[in-house]
Design a protein around this ligand. Structure first.
Ligand code: GDP
Ligand code: MG
Length: 188
């Protein structure tokens, strides 16, 4: 019967689901990126400690549905209070800094190390994200410097704006693709 192939049924089927985390200094725009991606809109005022800190969304890679479980820190990074359980079982991590804030860039390596230490023996797939690309006139981090850092980690670098929506879908799609490739290569 035709209802069996309804789009609702298709959407409920997925090949893999995996846990992704989003990390970086407070105020770089992590919650806004997640909201932009899952709700498709910009929310001007958003309380970092209130609200849903878990979202799911389906993406497609090579025609396969992949279900992303997206976790937010709910503002705990402000107090360095993120526990190992936040990092545990994360297959992918978006490492976010703010291109208008040099300090947030300087902290990227430390965040990466924290994730690595806490997720041993697994190695999550990382993506470096320079958010607030709309603030180009206040830029403190050169694209070449971010690219150099990403190259040294052998990961991708993408600039986004959760305000304008620039590349927001892109970062989740690219991370999902890298994870899918890593699964096929047997490296995660
Ligand atoms: P988090 O602490 O990393 O979760 O950061 P939030 O998502 O709470 O955002 C912190 C602040 O940065 C808020 O005032 C947001 O409105 C602002 N913000 C987030 N993303 C962008 C962006 O892409 N461009 C600009 N101009 N501001 C942003
Ligand atoms: Mg937040």
């Amino acid at each position: 019967m035709s209802w069996r192939n309804s789009s609702l049924t298709d959407v409920d089927h997925y090949l893999y689901q995996f846990r992704l985390i989003i990390i970086g200094e407070s105020t770089v725009g992590k919650s806004c990126l997640l909201r932009r991606f899952t709700q498709g809109r910009w929310i001007e005022h958003n309380d970092p400690t209130v609200g849903v800190d878990f979202h799911t969304k389906m993406v497609q890679v090579d025609g396969h549905n992949l279900k992303l479980q997206l976790w937010d820190t709910a503002g705990q990074e402000r107090f360095r209070a993120i526990t190992r359980s936040y990092f545990r079982n994360a297959v992918g991590a978006l490492l976010v800094f703010d291109i208008s804030d040099q300090n947030s860039f300087a902290k990227v390596s430390g965040w990466m190390e924290d994730v690595r230490q806490s997720s041993k023996p697994h190695e999550p797939v990382f993506l470096l994200v320079g958010n607030k690309a709309d603030l180009d006139r206040q830029r403190q981090v050169l694209r070449v410097d971010a690219e150099r850092l990403a190259n040294s980690f052998k990961i991708d670098y993408i600039e986004t704006s959760s305000r304008t929506g620039q590349n927001v879908e892109e970062i989740f799609n690219v991370l999902a693709r890298r994870i899918f490739e890593a699964i096929q290569d047997g490296t995660v």
